[in-house]
Design a protein around this ligand. Structure first.
Ligand code: FAD
Length: 490
């Protein structure tokens, strides 16, 4: 009897840079030899990644490569068009099975479908899995059978389909096949994901530990800390009350199902004092991520076109100076400036402050939301094609289930409500460090002696507001009234 031929599989890592609960990796690991692969994709029409998420990706890949190596497997890194790379590898290495976890953007889906059909003609077992979401976009439908447009019924329908699947353990890994035929392998550094001149990543290094171990640590710290009280405190940027898991979810160095399961377990075993309200609120935030992917899947131009077409007629203002002041955190509104500087320094911004800063750009400065979306895309470690676009459209009022356009955040009262002692502002706007809480969100109202005591010279050491809140509010409302009434975009 001839021995069965040695089976070789390929797992293609994309947004699933982990071994734990990785269904595609587990399926590929059933083979005798396993090629683990990351491709720096070019020529596929995908949106180029931003600087901060590139930095995060570098370190998440380094950590993945190390953990694979610990199990005797080598992560191969290549650059190019996966529609050519993968079929070539299949021929060169005699690969019989290719696996990946699904993506939901239009260009990515096209790429994956094209590869799948070539692999079929090569007689290869090509398998794709859900490794990114609790509920895939095609699983949740309205009663009429179409896509959902409103979050609450979406989340209710999703939860009603089934409970989230249990996560899988990390598989035992077979060794790599002979890699000699792969001549174009790159070193991680050759992806040029790290900033050098200048190295702006110091604050990112202090904030994040990319990779599975760092993600797991964040989750455990959240379960032991922020989850208890999350329902109320999640809006407080001055408190460490949210999970900071978003960047990890974006590269997939932690699985959404693992997060769900560990939070659920912590509740049932009494590991946390968080009440049902805290847990439900946290789960519903995970639900917003699911909803954003549902929207992206059904409306692929979410990052570039208004979901509600009537917003195409919006009279956006071209204001280079305003845009720059916003990007640099020099608008003269302390909560806005603190948020924008937090973003620049750490690659993160608290959700409440994202809403305030986005609203300021769109409504106070009347700058097109797409300018803000692309700035966040470049500067956020958690830059995510679905969450970023859906959230910007939510704030703009142009999205599905969006905040109404006439809801204009007041940056002064928002600051006073959610950063009542001013500690968040003091952390990121050192010019205001000595301002008392009473005036920290409105320094222009402070009497001269208080300004003098705080060493603050408005217009010199810290800018005066670049636009008046009352004037800006009226202007935005007028502009909104000029829009034609119209149905939504789907
Ligand atoms: C203008 C704007 C842009 C945004 N851009 C992004 C982005 O590029 N990437 C991104 O992951 N999130 C984005 N968000 C959503 C949200 O601000 C972040 O997910 C959250 O601040 C991440 O912090 P955390 O992990 O501590 O959140 P937690 O409060 O701990 O929430 C847990 C997880 O739930 C998800 N989540 C929470 N809030 C939202 C939300 N409003 N929409 C969708 N998912 C949510 C995230 O995956 C998050 O990690 C944006 C929000 C706004 C207003």
């Amino acid at each position: 009897m001839p021995l069965p031929s040695r089976s070789v599989a390929l797992h293609w890592f994309r947004q699933d840079l982990r071994q734990d609960d990785n269904p595609a990796l587990s399926a590929a690991a059933e083979s005798d030899a396993l090629l683990t692969l990351f491709i720096d994709e070019i020529s596929t029409g995908h949106r180029p990644r931003g600087g901060a998420s590139g930095w995060f990706l570098h370190h998440a890949l380094a950590s993945l490569a190390e953990s694979l190596a610990a199990k005797g497997n080598t992560l191969v890194i290549l650059r190019g068009d996966p529609r050519e790379i993968i079929p070539n590898l299949v021929s060169d290495l005699g690969i019989g099975r290719v696996t990946w976890n699904r993506r939901y953007g239009a260009a990515e889906r096209e790429t994956d479908a094209a590869i799948k059909s070539v692999l079929k003609t090569q007689g290869v077992d090509a398998q794709s899995f859900n490794g990114h979401l609790l509920y895939e976009p095609m699983e949740v439908r309205s009663q009429a059978g179409g896509p959902m447009r409103v979050f609450t019924p979406f989340w209710k329908a999703a939860r009603a389909t089934r409970p989230p699947h249990a996560p899988l353990p990390a598989p035992a890994l077979p060794p790599s096949p002979d890699l000699a035929p792969i001549t174009e392998r790159l070193m991680l550094d050759e992806l040029d994901l790290l900033p050098t001149k200048p190295d702006w990543a110091g604050g990112l290094r202090d904030t994040w530990q990319p990779g599975e171990a760092g993600a797991r640590e964040k989750l455990l710290a959240f379960i032991e800390g922020g989850l208890d009280g999350y329902g109320d405190d999640r809006n407080r940027p001055d408190k460490p009350s949210t999970s900071m898991l978003s960047a990890h979810l974006a590269v997939g160095d932690i699985s959404i199902r693992r997060i769900w399961q560990m939070v659920e377990m912590a509740r049932t075993t009494g590991q946390t004092r968080a009440d049902d309200g805290d847990v439900a609120k946290f789960f519903s935030e995970l639900g917003w991520r699911e909803f954003a992917y549902h929207l992206l899947f059904h409306y692929p131009r979410l990052a570039s076109e208004n979901y509600q077409p009537k917003f195409e007629a919006f009279p956006w203002v071209k204001d280079e100076a305003g845009l720059k002041a916003w990007q640099q955190g020099r608008t003269g509104y302390p909560i806005v400036d603190a948020g924008m500087r937090q973003l620049w320094q750490t690659g993160f911004m608290h959700n409440r402050v994202r809403m305030i800063t986005a609203s300021f750009l769109i409504k106070h400065l009347m700058i097109d939301w797409r300018e803000g979306e692309s700035w966040f895309w470049d500067t956020l470690c958690d830059a995510d094609p679905a969450n970023n676009a859906a959230s910007w459209q939510w704030v703009a009022g142009s999205g599905a289930d969006a905040a109404p356009y006439f809801r204009i955040f007041n940056p002064i009262t928002q600051g006073e409500k959610f950063d009542p002692d001013g500690n968040f502002v003091r952390r990121f706007v050192p010019e205001l460090k000595l301002m008392p809480a009473e005036f920290i969100h409105r320094p222009w109202d402070a009497p001269a002696h208080i300004l003098a005591r705080a060493g603050l010279k408005l217009g010199e050491t810290y800018p005066r507001p670049i636009v008046s809140h009352e004037m800006a509010r009226e202007r935005a409302l007028e502009a909104f009234k000029s829009l034609p009434p119209a149905a939504s975009g789907l």
